[in-house]
Ligand binder design. Structure first.
Ligand SMILES: [Fe+2]
Length: 197
């Protein structure tokens, strides 16, 4: 599963940038990359951290240019970029039952499926805080926003809950871990976006 021999992080970044220019999408990709790296360490896959991170970085590669073919166009873009089939499967599995019939199998794929939409919701909740940060954000304030359907309405609660169930976790556990994961990479991403965004 941990075959990253086909692509390095630098190559993945160049490939991602070929199809993504919007700072919002770049910030999201970097966030999911950092979150996936944290999950790799937390779930006992520290040796596969780069692999998990590359999947996070590339997961929405086709969304900016091909929003109506999300996870359908991705294999072509990734294959042309020399990306291995294990990464392609992982990327496409986050569109399970939405646009494709590729089920998350590996724990990494389940973590991506569960955390992707949730990072969007937590980020939206963070930027309206006085601190504009997840560092002082707690589960209960995310839960309050989560239960307000109009808040970050594009972040699918059914997908998040299905993801938590796939991992065998309570929703609160998923939220708590994802907050910690976002805390781990927030300052690096903010610094990068300020310099390049
Ligand atoms: Fe995403």
């Amino acid at each position: 599963m941990a075959d990253t021999s086909t692509i390095t992080r630098d190559q993945a970044w160049e490939l991602f940038k070929t199809y993504n220019k919007d700072p919002f999408h770049i910030q999201h990709a970097l966030t999911v990359e950092g979150v996936m790296r944290w999950y790799a360490r937390d779930l006992g896959y520290g040796g596969e951290e780069d692999f998990w991170g590359i999947v996070g970085l590339l997961h929405d590669i086709d969304f900016e240019e091909f929003p109506n073919e999300h996870c359908i166009k991705a294999p072509e873009l990734l294959r042309n970029g020399g990306v291995g089939e294990n990464i392609i499967h992982a990327v496409c599995s986050h569109g399970y039952e939405l646009t494709v019939d590729i089920k998350p199998e590996h724990e990494m794929e389940k973590a991506l499926y569960a955390a992707d939409e949730l990072t969007g919701l937590i980020w939206a909740a963070a930027i309206i805080r006085p601190s504009k940060s997840v560092q002082d954000m707690e589960v209960k304030s995310v839960k309050k926003k989560y239960k307000t359907p109009a808040f970050a309405a594009g972040c699918s609660r059914p997908v998040i809950e299905k993801g938590a169930a796939m991992l065998g976790w309570e929703l609160d556990t998923l939220i708590e871990k994802t907050i910690l994961a976002m805390r781990s990479c927030e300052s690096d991403i903010n610094a990068f976006m300020a310099a390049h965004g």
